[in-house]
Design a protein around this ligand. Structure first.
Ligand code: CP3
Length: 346
């Protein structure tokens, strides 16, 4: 099947389908026993990301089990920091740990020269996934947005208050702008190469966009994303792009009215009537089931799915969670969810 005819790409072109296509953020992961098995023999998490055979295998696992409409490349947003030369590790129970950038001088350590060499296994993984996917399944490539990736690079890991990165943003303005510019350039090149390796749709994750004031969000989340989309478009005018500026509230309107991407992924807090009335006429929406409802299952999940389908199911829409699937999710609930979305819930 041609890329343009796949359910996911049709929705992103603005078509309302009888049943929305479905895939789930973090659909490959620890909630699946077959993932845990591969993960245990891969070595470190980054070793898994850079092993084309194993990364292909874990990408395909949820497709085999659930028949989702899209596969998402198995990787992580922090491979960009790693490929720029920063030290990145994933520690059991702690999440990502990076050697933090402390002053503007540390920027000199980041380089684009070896970037694509380090990421070559990711491009090979895309090529292998593409060859193995069912005809109707779309292949999604992705990257983190500059603000979210910069926050990990400066904080050295996950953060509650973003004190250090906001310190740079408002105190070392020139250095912070230089880091964002570098990430715009690296991420644009990375996504262009992903398309050339087989990605048919791209998603940009700005997981921490909601931590910014509205003006800072426009300057450091929206504007860099706009530049990346323009850079990718200059090379590949037709590739659909989904943005996920998580938890920006009414700020979603800024992304919708600018119409520079084809899809907007909604977090669970977005009011659905508002999204339908103010966002869906501008763009394809994606989301937004609370990942905990997928853990709970049963009636609560059923009601949550019905609520979303009733409000957004008529417009251009892709069913997804409002954030990544959690490790506690019973795989049977995922199978049930796919059935509900395909057959129409309640
Ligand atoms: O969706 C998919 O199936 C593709 C794979 C994917 C991963 N990370 C694999 C992963 C994607 C799209 C990501 C994106 C990502 N990574 C984001 C943006 C989306 C979001 O969740 O907000 C962020 C912020 C990260 C950074 C990151 N990676 C964190 C904070 C963690 C630790 C938390 C955790 O769940 O353990 C990771 C590790 C990670 N990335 C895992 C997976 C499957 C778990 C590591 C393991 O299996 O040992």
């Amino acid at each position: 099947m041609k890329t343009a005819d796949k359910p996911l790409t049709r929705a992103l072109k603005g078509k309302a389908l009888k049943h929305p296509p479905i895939w789930l953020m973090r659909q490959a992961g620890r909630y699946l026993p077959e993932y845990r098995e591969v993960r245990a023999r891969a070595g470190s998490f980054l070793d898994l990301c850079y092993n084309p055979a194993l990364a292909t295998e874990v990408t395909l696992q949820p497709i085999r089990r659930f028949g989702f409409d899209a596969a998402i490349l198995f990787s992580d947003i922090l491979v960009v920091a790693d490929a720029l030369g920063q030290s990145v590790a994933f520690e059991e129970g702690r999440g990502p740990v990076l050697e933090p950038l402390q002053t503007g001088k540390d920027l000199a350590k980041l380089k684009l020269d070896r970037f694509h060499d380090r990421l070559a296994p990711v491009y090979e993984t895309l090529d292998r996934i593409k060859a193995a996917l069912p005809a109707e399944t779309a292949l999604i490539g992705f990257a983190g947005a500059p603000w979210t990736v910069a926050s990990y690079m400066i904080e050295g890991g996950s953060s509650r208050d973003f004190a250090k990165v906001k310190g740079w943003m408002h105190g070392q303005i020139t250095e912070f702008a230089a880091l964002i510019d570098l990430l715009v350039e690296a991420t644009s090149q990375y996504l262009i190469r992903q398309v050339e390796a087989g990605a048919e749709v791209l998603q940009l994750f700005d997981s921490w966009a909601g931590a910014l004031s509205h003006p800072d969000m426009r300057q450091f989340s929206l504007a860099p994303l706009r530049k990346i989309v323009a850079n990718v478009r200059a090379k590949h005018p037709n590739v659909p792009i989904i943005l996920f500026p998580r938890a920006v509230g009414a700020g979603y309107l800024d992304f919708a009215v600018e119409k520079f991407a084809q899809g907007l992924s909604l977090d669970p807090g977005v009011p659905l009537e508002w999204a339908r009335d103010h966002l869906q006429s501008q763009t394809c929406l994606q989301g937004n089931l609370d990942p905990q409802l997928l853990v709970i299952g049963g009636r609560s999940m059923n009601a949550g799915v019905a609520r979303i389908l009733h409000r957004l199911g008529k417009g251009p829409f892709i069913f997804n969670l409002g954030h990544g699937i959690v490790p506690e999710t019973p795989p049977e609930h995922v199978a049930e969810l796919v059935k509900l979305v395909r057959e129409g819930a309640g």
